[in-house]
Design a binder for this molecule. Structure first.
Ligand code: FES
Length: 125
């Protein structure tokens, strides 16, 4: 298990230099998710190849936790199947971040995750 200082460094790295930042042209699906409390937002565009999430990109604005966790999420799920992604839990996301967050900041960390799970539910029909 990483220690919290290392986890914070990783979060700041993702915030400063987000991975998979941008928009996929002609995506198979897209979604805009808001945190109504603060107005921060993440927009995901995705591409599927059969059952596999072959590409995912995000754009957004908001706090370091919401934007870094969107970046980390895109790295984690790219190349996974729809059913693998649907089995990822909120606890997995929070544990993977490696920092302890209060309930309000947990919403920040789950913004992109919640958006992606909506896409995955639509995909499963
Ligand atoms: Fe808005 Fe974190 S403060 S998502």
């Amino acid at each position: 298990m990483r220690d919290e200082d290392e986890a914070i460094e990783i979060i700041l790295d993702h915030y400063r230099s987000p991975h998979n930042y941008g928009e996929i042209e002609s995506p198979d699906d897209q979604i805009l998710e808001y945190n109504p409390v603060c107005g921060d937002a993440v927009r995901l565009t995705v591409r599927f190849q059969g059952d596999v999430l072959s590409d995912i990109k995000f754009v957004g604005r908001g706090c370091s936790i919401s934007q870094a966790s969107a970046s980390i999420l895109t790295d984690t799920v790219k190349g996974k199947t729809v059913s693998e992604i649907s089995r990822i839990t909120e606890e997995d996301i929070l544990r993977n971040l490696g920092v302890s967050l209060g309930p309000n900041r947990e919403k920040c960390a789950l913004l992109a995750y919640n958006a992606l799970q909506k896409i995955i539910r639509r995909r499963k029909g």
